[in-house]
Design a protein around this ligand. Sequence first.
Ligand code: ADP
Ligand code: MG
Length: 755
Amino acid sequence: MTYTTHHEKRSKYHVSKNSNGAQANGRKQAVATVADRQPLTTSVDYASHPVNEIFGANVFNRQTMRALLPKTVYKAVVRCLDHGEQLDPTMADTVANAMKDWAIARGATHFTHWFVPLHGYTAEKHDSFLVSNVDDGAVLEFSGKNLVQGEPDASSFPSGGIRSTFEARGYTGWDPSSPAFLMDSANGRTLCIPSVFCSFSGHALDVKTPLLRSLEAISKSTVRLLHAIGNKDVKRVNCTVGPEQEYFLIDEAFYHARPDIISAGRALFGARPPKGQEMEDHYWGSIRERVLAFMMDAEHELYRLGVPVKTRHNEVAPAQFEVAPVFESSNLATDHNMLLMEVFRKTAQKHGFRCLFHEKPFSGVNGSGKHNNWSLADDQGNNLLEPGDDTQENLQFLVVLSAVIRAVDKYAKLLRASIATAGNDHRLGANEAPPAIMSIYLGDALTKVVDNIISGKAGDKKVGATVKSGVSMLPDILKDDSDRNRTSPFAFTGNKFEFRAVGSSQSVAMPNTVLNTMVADSMDYLADEIEKAVKNGGDLKTAISSVLVKTLSDHKRILFNGDNYSEQWHEEASRRGLANLKNLPEALPVLVEAEAKELFSRYDVFQEDELVSRYHILLENYCKTINVESLLTSNIATTMILPAAIEYQTRLATAIVQTKSAVSGINLAHQENMLKDVSDRIARLRTAIEVLDMLRHEQRGEDHLDDEHTAEARFYQQRVIPAMNEVRTVADELELMVDDSLWPLPKFREMLYIY
Ligand code: ADP
Ligand code: MG
């Protein structure tokens, strides 16, 4: 196979554009361009530089610090990382200096505090190390102060009313628990320092700060519970997360011909492709050369950034893929997932692709999620959700498991709210992702254990059962409930929970913040109950088992092993009193109810105003998203689809008139019906656009007062979205009628199959 470089490809692209001239249909050009593409080769050479050699090469990690810092400073950094101790400012100077020398030796010219404000995307403002240009040359500096704190004029980030513009400056603060790294670009490198972003009054203006607070909370409460049940050795508990990431790739030639995907991240038009995902031939299919070239290039960059990417495969929908890392501690996993999305976006462009992280880029085929695998580990690295080998370990496992079950039941609505976005509304409950009803899948074996506990039949039996593999050469496989339930929003998968309802584009910080806080509350509840019983003279074992019986009985309604997509489950869930909050405007208000305010402030995760501000930002973001989509819908329908339909209408009319004049008395009933069909759709499309425009106008007239955000969001959900859907329905019908050579937008059958 001959491999061409990206630049050669680009020039080819321009040639075909010019040779077709202004008349050419952009869509046809795109198809021709894409058909011509070849995989892009890079200089990646694993034979000379294997993964273990390059892994973390661009990270200022512990190994680097151990090598570069004086022993006392290194030890202080380790105490800071492992025990949350403050780092002495003079030591920060030493760390900063070593970091600067390390970065400059590797070609960095700038540094930036790298953080995620409340809009959910990473933010960076680069500063050069250059401080002055004195006679004897430029001086490069980077002090402890530069490292520890930045003060960007960050007035344009959303704050939800916490920080008025006259006190606009927030500050970014170094998060030592997530190591600094070097970000490569075409013409240089930048030192990125993972940071929090807060207002001067101490309010969190980012997604990381509350996550870090929730990690403190869950550690403290879990340690307390473990001590209460007799495991006194544990001092800290760490939360582990492995986010599996789904995404689509489409060729950039198609992308450029789709204004909806450019501006909204998803196709607002497009008839179902004749072949969708029904053949199930894409899932785990052999990966196309060009895609694999992209994946390998992105992985190479991620290895150097110390992101432990592990799994790659084709997903269910055509042109859909998944990447999964090895799990890490929650904070690091969250940063690494943001970094992964960034590297994927950039690398995709290098390969002539666009990487789409939207939850539902193409209707009619599956959307994308992010499976948030979650567990807890003690300071010895023991997974607290691993069913143990002996009775004592099993008891601890059951206590932790019960805490999670109680939390998900008691705070199901908060968990639902943590994943509410405009994009995720398309996925949840659309029979491709879990419904908006939160429930837990435990699998048959564990459900039996839980049932036995509730009915008092619990013996000391081991929880994990082995299955005979039936092949003598193979050992028995530990049954890890491989009868995985793909329809469950929150599934136990052997030694961790998999929160499967998270959207593909969102940071996992918020879902994990909520999860950690509500589980912390459960840990404390169980600890309270056990301590109370023991104080009243009860025996510890008895106390624990009666708390387990009570907790599991109280919350067993959240357990469901069946098909979450089925209509029967929706009915059953409603009988059980489980909430089914189908969209963001329904799901979000729970964030500002008294129970949530109390919970989050009790654990110092969100103060009341921080919660309220998030609520408003999320609602506002929702409204803005739908507003942009509705403008695009109107715009594309008016300027691209209607003209194509009218052109086709004209051709049909002309053909009819000319044929009649050529052959008198000829029967043209079929042609006339075709003309009628098209004319009818044109009229309906025009009407639908008018309705949509009118609604938007109606909306814009209103004040955006705080307490009206909810009403506004409901308006978008209940009125604007259906109006957009109507425009799309008619336009998609036209797509199936109008002469293919006139259709301006790349079709799904092209975007999803030609790459
Ligand atoms: P699958 O869900 O497809 O069976 P795996 O079992 O390999 O795949 O795990 C999926 C993800 O779960 C991976 O990112 C993996 O690292 C992560 N994971 C495994 N164990 C844990 C754990 N204890 N805590 C958090 N994530 C975990
Ligand atoms: Mg999985």
